[in-house]
Every structure is written in C-alpha cells, then in structure tokens.
Ligand binder design. Sequence first.
Ligand code: ATP
Ligand code: MG
Length: 583
Amino acid sequence: MLNKIPLFRALKHDRWVRPYLKRYRWTLLIAIFLGICTFFCAGALMFTAGYLISKSATHPYNILLVYVPIVLTRAFGIGRPAFQYAERLTSHNWVLKMTSNFRKQLYDSLEPDAVFLTGKYQLGDILGILAEDVSHIQNLYLRTIFPMMVSWGLYVIIVVGIGIISPLMGLWLFVLLALMIFAVPFWSILVNGARQAAEKKQKNALYADLTDNVMGVMDWTFAGRGDAYVKGHQEHENQLIATKAAMHRFELFRDFVQQLVLLAIAVSLIIWGAETFGGVHGPNTNWIAAFVLAIFPLDEAFAALPAAAQETNIYTDSLLRLNNLNHPQKAVDHQLKLTAPYQFDVKDLHYTYPKTNREILKGINLTIHQGEKIAILGRSGSGKTTLAALLRGDRHPSSGTVTLNGVPTAKFGDQMADYLGVMNQSPYLFNTTIANNIRLGNEDATDDQIWDVLDRVNLKGMVEALPKGLDTMVDEAGLRFSGGERHRLSLARILLKDSPVVLFDEPTVGLDPLTEQDLIDTILTQLKGKTLIWITHHLQGIDQMDQVIFLEDGQLTMQGTPQELAATNQHFRELKAADEGRL
Ligand code: ATP
Ligand code: MG
C-alpha cells in the first residue's frame, strides 16, 4: 500500500534523505521527543484546566483540593511554550545541518560535469533550480516528516493511555485517530496528487503554447486566425482553472471530514466519560471535561497532516531530480603521500558516461613515465577530455584501472592537485586581484614568488606597468586580459603550484598561430623536466613531444614518437600537412 505513495517509492532508492536520517538520528529523536512533549503539555494543560473548572464549579469544601491542579496548570502552561521553543531550536538546527550537507553533496555531484554543463545551459540556472530542490527537501522535513512522527508518537500515547483505563475506548480511539492520521492524508495524496500532476502538465502546456504563439503571433494575424488562437488559449486556461477549483473543493471537503472525525472523538469522549466517571453527583464527574478538552489541542498536531501529505508530491519530484544526478563515489584516501618518480598507468580502460550507453573509451592501455612529454590527439568528441578526467580521478573507470604510482586516481580527491596541474582551453579568472588569481596555485606564496612566476610567463612587464601592480582587479576598467594572457596567468598559477605533472587540455585553442607558438615555447621551457600531458587536435609544437598517441573511436590507433610516426604513418603525415596548410 505504501508503494502507492510516490514519496515512499522515491525514498526507496534515495541517497539524499535517508543517509542523513541515519547519521543525525539522535538529534532527530530528541526533536521528535520534544515535539511530543509540546503537545503532551498542551493536552495536559487543557486536561487539568478542564478538571479544575469542573472541580471549582462544585462547592469546594477544601481549597487545598484544587491546589494540585492549579500548580499543574501552571506547570503545563509554562511547559508547552518551553518545549516548543526547544523543539524548534533542535529541529531547525538539525535541518540546517542537513541542508549544509545537501548543498555540499549537490556541489560534488555537479562539479565534475560543470565544464560540460556550461556549454549547454547556464550553470547558475541549474544550480538555482537544484537549490530550490534542496529547500523543498528542507521543507519535507520541517512540514511533513517531523509532524508525522510527532503525531504517530501522540497516537501511541493516547491509545495506550486511554486503553489502560478502558480497552474498548482505547480500541475506538485507535480507529478514529487512525482515520485522522493515516486515512485522510492518504486519501488526500491519492485524489489531489493526481490533480496536481494534471495541473503541472496543463501549466507547462500553457507556457509552451503561449511562448510559441507569441513568437508566431504575426503568422496567426496574417492568416486572419487570431480569434481562433485566442479561443484555443482560453480553453486551455479554463481547464487549468477547473483543475485548481477541483483541488480547492476537495481540500475544503477533506478538512470538513477531518473536523467531523474530531467531533466524533469529542462526542465519544463525552459519552465514555459520562459512563465511566458516571453519576451526576458522582465524585469523579470532573474528569469528563478533562478528557474532552484534552483532545482539542491535539487537533493542532493532526489537522495539518493531510495538507502536508499532499505536499509530498512536490517534494517527490525534487527528490527524484536530485537522485538522478550522478553521484561521485567518494572514497578518498587522505593519507596519500607519493614520492618521485610519478607514473600514470592506464590498463584496459573502458568508460561510459552514467545514464548513457555509448562507450566513449574502449580499452585504453597507456603508461606515462616521469618527465615524459606526451601528446594526445584526436577529433572533437573522441574522448580526450574524458580521458583527462579519468587521469585526474574526477571520473571512475567503468572497467579497467587508472593509477598514479599504483594508486587508483579516483582515491586522490582534491589531493590530486599536488601531483597534477591542469590548464584547459579557457582558463577562468576570478573577479579579484591579479595576485589572488595567481595565489590560487599556492596560498602562502610571497609577492616575490608571484613576480618570479609572472616573469617566467612573460607577464611581468605588463603587470609592472599597471598603476596598482599586483593588486589590480583583473577586470578593472581598461584591463581585459586577452586569450593568450589568460593562458599565461593560468600557467603562472601552475608554476606556483609546482606539481610534477601538468595536463593541458587544448590550451591553445582560439589563439592566433604566433601567440600559440609563443605560449607553447614558454610552456616547454618553463616546465622542463616535468611530465607533460598535452591534449590537442592540431599539431603545432608536436615535434617537441616524446610520444604521440592518437585517440579514435575510443581506442588508441597510433602510438610512437613524432619522428617515428612521421616516418612510418601516412595518416599522421596527412594530418601534419593539413595542419600546416591551415596556418
Ligand atoms: P573536444 O576536442 O571537442 O574537446 P573531446 O575529445 O575532449 O572533444 P569529450 O569531451 O571527452 O571529447 O567527449 C567525448 C564524448 O563524450 C562526446 O561524444 C560527448 O558528447 C560525451 N560526453 C562528454 N561529457 C559528457 C557527460 N558529462 N555526459 C554524457 N556524455 C558526455
Ligand atoms: Mg575536450
């Protein structure tokens, strides 16, 4: 039956909610306990008040007899807000802890794809949408999961409590309260859940329709069919309004049913109270009002459940979307300390992107020795950047291994930066000073060290000429770094970091041939002695490499020194000719 509720289905394979429920279970339990205490106090307050009013209405032959309930009334009266406050503190604290984990998890899930994403969408938009999902999940806890658990706790307490006094009445409340806590919310999800789905569809259709037709409004007018369009649009709009009205009607009706059940509970308690504590002049008539009144504050705990249950449909979408993000397996080993020489080994590497079924890399074998300069060539889309991500450990092989000094690269996490520096096609400059942009390579670098690396990448003169020197903001008026200068700044970062291996992913795309040759020369002289992995699809500077490999259709098709390939490989010669002809 629970499988009928979308939220429960979504929770089954969930990685976003369940792990944290487990990790922070003690705080969660405390929050729920405090929530139960809050409502217990509210009920008990009315209970003692009811007793007190009845008792005081009869002739009190001794004022001391009502003294205990007076004190209790006070205690519960203070207890209720105190517990409530503590509960809010605990549960919000708990939720904030969760959400900060969520956001980190969100970042970790998106970050490996960030480069790929920006091409297609604005990364900011995606983060925005997903952050909304995170806050939906936050609400899922605060508005659904907590109240649900609290009301279950109360349910048990009430049924057991009354059951001890009178098993039959306990059984009766067991049934009536179950209606309020389980049946009505469940019914709400079933009925309005379907309507919510319909509403969403209609809304989307309306948006699509509208934008489409606003774009083509001239065509409608020229065809003389403007009225027909407006009529069609109105029809769709009316459907949407009808769905909304149906939802609202159902909510009113549902709340009415909920109130009827509460009424039934109150009336049953009156009848039961009269029976049990019976006799008009019986000594215990005071208990009747006590029991009846106690049930009303509890309504607060139960009344919101159907609406909360219905909201779960929204959360379910968010949950599914978040779970559909690919999830980096984080098994980072923080104790890694490698020593030279550094060697990458790729063995029978296969890679397929998650949720696609096209294998991008199909059995790659490759060794990159310390100090070697290796060029990876291949057409656009052949998988060069994918191979780079695997070398960096950002992605995990589908099968086969990628290791650095025998350790799978996936185990390095952020520490990979100590061994492998990366420069890609469009190095990013942050909106801060030049010095800070370079210090990214090494936070502790002195100004002298920064000047030194700027000198090595031939930017010293340019920066010295700026009035504020190193403290110039990178996008300050008048200062726009050209593509070539950005690459040099990025290279300065890498030099500062001084990692033994450096990977370039098409570092010279978009540069003119002379700037490109200049940059290549700078790179080759400044990084002498380091391992160089050079991904490119054209061949300038290729002759200075020790090894050239060619990636085609997921496999390495040529492998050798540039001189060997030039002598023996027709394809390579053709490529070179084409590339030089292009200049
Ligand atoms: P280019 O020279 O254009 O940079 P490339 O050789 O670096 O190309 P990759 O970026 O490795 O190629 O992409 C190889 C294939 O994998 C492409 O078909 C691409 O569409 C696909 N691909 C890349 N990133 C992802 C991703 N995150 N999810 C799914 N498919 C991807
Ligand atoms: Mg690429």
